[in-house]
Design a protein around this ligand. Structure first.
Ligand SMILES: *Cc1c(COP(=O)(O)O)cnc(C)c1O
Length: 406
């Protein structure tokens, strides 16, 4: 009976595989069974900044509470924008906090606002293949025509991109947006080298499109500093840069931000007005204080250390338990390990059995525009404990071996 009330957009909203796996986990927990989740990109529970946030909350003076509890700017609190401008400056990005930065409810809201502001149904968006599933979902929800460009070990293949751009433009089609996660990409953990980043900006200029650079993982670098963002090479204002506290501070605070040219940010602020008027005052206050007190830098150091250890354990366990046919590369940052199984292997079909045995992963097909690519798995090492990583990989290893034999 409900169906006939929904809009085109409402009908297009469907639960994805993450929702399904999360539901399965709840089911199991209710029955008292356990499920080792190697699925989403959740924060290490023991590293969450509980003490730091408690301390900030305790110190709030009464006059600040009045600001927190009032409506705020749709661009975000001035205090937080100033801190974010400084923080992004350290990454090589120049931004005027008055007009070139907007605070969003996580990066996901920035993706939604960008879709609303820039995309008409049928507009063309280029993404890497594979790419982040929630970005794909957002572009598609607004009717975009998504074209995929394959990745190699250095991220999006620029030769393939140039070929695609040439073909499209010869066919009279214009590309509106290119979406990329250049540093420790989700799901593959690849990093785009500097020459590709520079070339991307040149191509945007040549073919007249915008680049959406999504950078949640750049800070979680296991070797040396964060790779310089594409935005740092953008002197023509074609890059809209997104980052977030979700992977470095806390996903529950829902603090993300976008940096771009004034007109674009203004337009996104108007869309934000329509979506939620302004971001949460308390979260923004806490975020600004965590930055000002230097906690964010310390948290980044902490998760780098913790995630590196977890990555190492996952790699060791995989060496021990995974079949010879499985292939992977050591991630140099980020939260994920990307596993390639032989052609013909079906990671989607195997998920139910994995859940029964108490371990969950994300089948790689969810990161492709072509759902028939089924021989990859994405494994997360930030959320599970060390014990769970060792046990989860052992269970999964047995399962992969059995599946290969049958
Ligand atoms: C985790 C992640 C985000 C973060 O989304 P939030 O809304 O900030 O929690 C954004 N982009 C990518 C590619 C991610 O993996």
């Amino acid at each position: 009976m409900e169906e006939r009330f929904y809009s085109r957009l409402g009908r297009a909203l469907k639960p994805g595989v993450i929702a399904r796996v999360v539901l399965a986990a709840f089911e199991r927990a209710r029955r008292g069974e356990k499920l080792i989740s190697l699925t989403g990109g959740s924060y290490d529970p023991m590293s969450l900044p509980v003490k730091e946030v408690e301390e900030v909350l305790r110190d709030i003076p009464p006059e600040d509470w009045r600001g927190i509890l009032q409506y705020g700017s749709n661009l975000g609190s001035g205090r937080l924008r100033a801190e974010l401008a400084k923080f992004s400056g350290e990454a090589g990005i120049e931004a005027d906090p008055e007009g070139e930065i907007i605070v969003t409810t996580g990066s996901q809201q920035a993706l939604d606002l960008i879709s609303r502001v820039f995309l008409d149904p049928g507009d063309m968006v280029i993404v890497g293949s594979p790419t982040y599933l929630q970005a794909l979902a957002s572009f598609r929800l607004y009717g975009a025509d998504v074209e995929a460009v394959p990745l190699d070990d250095d991220g999006m293949r620029i030769d393939a991109l140039e070929e695609k751009l040439g073909e499209l433009s010869a066919g009279g089609r214009r590309v509106k947006l290119l979406y990329t996660v250049p540093s420790y990409q989700n799901p593959t953990a690849t990093v785009m080298p500097e020459h590709r980043r520079r070339r991307l900006v040149e191509l945007a200029e040549e073919y007249d499109f915008l680049i959406v650079e999504d950078n949640p993982y750049g800070y979680i670098s296991f070797e040396g500093p964060m790779p310089k963002p594409i935005k740092a090479y953008d002197d023509v204002g074609r890059v809209i840069y997104l980052s977030t506290f979700s992977k470095i501070v806390s996903p529950g605070l829902r603090i993300g931000w976008a940096i771009g040219r004034r007109g674009f940010i203004e337009k996104m602020a108007l869309a934000k007005m329509n979506a939620d008027i302004c971001s949460d005052g308390l979260s923004q206050y806490v975020a600004a204080e965590l930055l000002r007190r230097g906690h964010v830098h310390r948290l980044i150091e902490r998760v780098r250390r913790v995630y590196r250890e977890k990555r190492d354990l996952m790699l060791e366990s995989m060496e021990l338990h995974f079949p010879e046919e499985a292939e992977w590369r050591e991630p140099r940052g980020g939260l994920f390990l990307w596993v390639e199984m032989p052609e013909g292997f079906d990671a989607d079909a195997l998920l139910d059995e994995a859940l029964k045995r108490g371990v969950a992963y994300i089948p790689g097909s969810n990161f492709y525009t072509d759902p028939n690519v089924r021989n990859y798995l994405r494994l997360n090492y930030s959320y599970p404990s060390m014990e769970e990583i060792a046990e989860g990989i052992r269970i999964l290893g047995d399962l992969l071996r059995e599946a290969l034999k049958s």
